[in-house]
Ligand binder design. Sequence first.
Ligand SMILES: Nc1ncnc2c1ncn2[C@@H]1O[C@H](COP(=O)(O)OP(=O)(O)OP(=O)(O)O)[C@@H](O)[C@H]1O
Ligand SMILES: [Mg+2]
Length: 600
Amino acid sequence: MSQVTGKALDWKLLKRVMHYVKPYRTTFIIAAFLTIFLAANTLVQPMLMQITLDKYILGNNYNGLISMVSLMIVQLAVQTLAQYYQTYSTNSLGQSVIRDLRIDIFNHIISLRLKYFDRTPIGMLITRTVSDLETIADIFSEGLISIVGDLLLVVAIIVYMLVKDWKLALITLIPMPFLFMSTYVFKEAIKSSFQEVRTQVAHLNTFLAEHISGISIIQYFSREDQEMRKFKAVNLKYRDANIRSNWYYSIFFPVVEILFAVCISLLVWYGCKRILTDQQLANIGTHDNPVTPGMILAFIVLLNLLFRPIRQLADKFNTLQMGMVGADRIFKVLDTDEVAVNTGTLKSASLNGEIAFDHVWFAYNDENWVLKDISFRVKPGEKLALVGATGAGKSSTINILNRFYEIGKGTVKVDDADIREYDVDFLRSQIATVIQDVFLFTDTIANNISLNNPTITREQVIAAAKDVGAHEFIERLPGGYDYNVMERGATLSSGQAQLISFIRALVYDPAILVLDEATSSVDTETEILIQNAIGKLMQGRTAIVIAHRLSTIQNADKIIVLDHGEIKEMGTHQELLKIEHGYYRKLYDLQFNSAGIVKS
Ligand SMILES: Nc1ncnc2c1ncn2[C@@H]1O[C@H](COP(=O)(O)OP(=O)(O)OP(=O)(O)O)[C@@H](O)[C@H]1O
Ligand SMILES: [Mg+2]
């Protein structure tokens, strides 16, 4: 029952994969045609051999022999050429299909909501876009088309043998049912072990991706030995899964060899016996289709040709099945509809930058409220500072403004329109966000600032850098703006990286600035640079700043104190300080020393 539904599903899946073949229809047709042609042409070889032996060698005809040999050379040349084109076209078909799929999947992944990535390991997504996709290419290069070709060949050979001499054929082919049976058993066994291999590859990739990203933690805390042990365990599982699948091969191949030997023995024994008896009958004229030495030779060649595809058939079925498993996994990623719903159409030249939260409730999971009944209003050009203990919900507040996460209850309005009414891309283009952890790409400083946006010129980048006060330090880097930032900005200090992220926000010239101040301490000189840069960034725009610096907080028009997702206090610095035993007062006394710099 389950198998039936499984098969029905496979067809649907195959149809979906075939959808990607459409642009390469011609290549597919050529490949299919060549496959059929190759199967048919393979049969020509034993036919020619039989005629050569019986008619020309045993018939002592040298000229005939020469022309037959020439014919065989031509046939082999045609076969080779066809084989070349067939391999080439199936491979290029497979690669073209997965190239398109890879584009689709990457396109989909980058549009997925952040929520999806909270739950999905990066290594898993890498496995999907790289190795799982490879298995789909194999559907074309080794799977589908060549299975059809092999099956055609097997049927053609058996039919040909039966037509030539059905008794000889039937006796020679006695071991065939055993062969088909063991192939089936092998196929089933190898299927589960292959799946195990794929699962272990994903584990290995996930482990590696995470541990290389977190290498500094491992080294700071001297966790090398422990992590090595964990790696060894993951690695061992991967090896064992591979060995298990190889073990089935080491059983299956000898079994096939034995069955082949049995077929040949039966052929030689019964065939030679028939040559002798048929000869006698032919002599007295009662047999018009005798078994000849040429026929035995042809049958030996045919058996070879028959066993070759059968030996690989189980493998190819698995390749096909693995491709289907890969396709299934990839389509699952493609089908995750956790893309931000972009049904809004509102767009205007630019926003004034008024923000209003009205009884907003928000949870990452179900009803685990992270923000509870949040209401506030920021007028255009005003600065709002969010303060509160760690985990209070400050970052969450700004995440929902960008629609990175959807709110549960209440409304968030920008310029008097619900943020859901805006086109998401427009909304985000109007809000520049500087996040807590700066991320830099492996690219030049200039490209890290413009994010390769062609409408942002080098002059704009330099002007913004000068504004922020980072021009001098960038100029001092080897290559200046073309200095290549290594992976994740590892070659820059965290203060420098922060400045770069400020320039990034400034060149995009947004109506609203959202800033999650990094808590990491920097040297006094950089601190002054950063304070000035923040001042510059906020100039003339609405700003919501998650503030850790006293200077930012003091300059804000309004301060909100968040605690466990609730607004505890709201007002200016002076107003809030006046509240006896108030949250802000306590926070202020706890966090800030006289210099106004964060205590670590
Ligand atoms: N992606 C997420 N999925 C589920 N829960 C989350 C996620 N991000 C944050 N949380 C939870 O939401 C709560 C608020 O987190 P948030 O990041 O808003 O705090 P914060 O005020 O910015 O803290 P910090 O000052 O440390 O940055 C925390 O309890 C946290 O565990
Ligand atoms: Mg935060």
